[in-house]
Design a binder for this molecule. Structure first.
Ligand SMILES: [Zn+2]
Length: 308
């Protein structure tokens, strides 16, 4: 049986119930006055009432779980949002706006918009530094696409640069777009994202040498000398992460503007950090993305304005 046979992927009433369970785990909350006294909120029923309509007896306003969220303004049925979130969260390499457009039977523009909203929802909020209790954090960089305005040259000068960290103990990845790989660019990122008691594992790239001294240890594998594993020191975990990212970017998202790259990184980080090996199944991964959409509703309007 396909996972997509669950009712909330097809039935709007079921989709509302599902979203309510995510947004209101302790019952409805009035978005106007904040009333959450369940005896002071009633369900509005009747043939003409919208699905999920509630009435607050404190401020007399009516609302649904969609009020104030992207789901209210986008005019896409909620069950299609659930499908989109599920598809994006469960496709290992991602899913193109074109594929979403065909599968969900919404316009391409709507599909593009939904995908970017979901990516934004997948972006992690405040994150604590990695490598607590002396764990190993692998750090590496990769190159992709084309840096805007840069002439094509040898090596990686003209490509967009991505820096990523993987905490080997928790299996969590964190990646970001960087403008260059100068030590002055890399050092503050590592300071912000790693505990000083962490042990750093990198290849021999010069930009890690100086900052490496600020951590409990810095193990280096010299790929140029075909050294790949020295005891615990290797960067195989992060290279595995990059290979999923690159396969997805090449296979699914061929053209990605630099201004959107961080959103794709958020999507790949999200799937990696909620992967089955860490005990998250496909359905929960999709629900997590939907929960993120609600949590980020206010910031979103600004961040995407004019981006299309
Ligand atoms: Zn109220």
């Amino acid at each position: 049986m396909s996972i997509l046979s669950e009712p909330h992927f097809h039935n709007e009433d079921a989709a509302f119930e599902r979203l309510e369970a995510i947004v209101w785990p302790s019952g409805p909350v009035c978005p106007k006055c904040g009333n959450c006294e369940q005896s002071r909120i009633t369900r509005v029923s009747g043939a003409t009432a919208r699905i999920g309509l509630r009435r607050c007896l404190e401020c007399k306003k009516q609302f649904t779980v969609k009020v104030g969220t992207v789901f209210e303004s986008a005019h896409v049925p909620l069950h299609k949002w659930f499908q989109a979130a599920h598809l994006l969260a469960s496709s290992k390499k991602g899913i193109s706006a074109h594929q979403l457009h065909r599968t969900l039977q919404v316009t391409y523009k709507t599909a593009w918009f939904m995908a970017h909203r979901l990516r934004e929802a997948m972006r992690a909020g405040e994150l604590s530094p990695m490598g607590g209790t002396g764990g190993i954090v692998e750090v590496d960089e990769t190159f992709i696409g084309r840096e805007p305005g840069k002439e094509r040259k040898r090596a990686y000068h003209h490509k967009m640069k991505v820096l990523a960290l993987v905490d080997r103990a928790t299996g969590q990845a964190r990646s970001m777009v960087v403008d260059n790989l100068r030590p002055a660019t890399i050092a503050p990122i590592l300071r912000e994202n790693m505990m000083t008691e962490a042990r750093l594992a990198t290849d021999e790239a010069g930009h890690y040498l100086h900052i490496g001294r600020e951590f409990a240890a810095h193990g280096v594998v010299r790929h140029g000398r075909e050294e790949y594993v020295i005891g615990e020191v290797h960067t195989n975990t992060i290279e595995g992460y990059f290979s999923i990212f690159k396969r997805g970017m090449k296979g699914v998202y061929q053209h990605c503007a630099k201004k959107h790259l961080h959103r794709y990184l958020a999507e790949f980080d999200f799937r990696y950090n909620h992967r089955s090996a860490l005990g998250v199944d496909d359905i929960n991964r999709g629900s997590n993305a939907m929960a993120g959409i609600v949590g980020k509703r206010l910031k979103y309007r600004d961040s995407l304005a004019g981006a299309a």
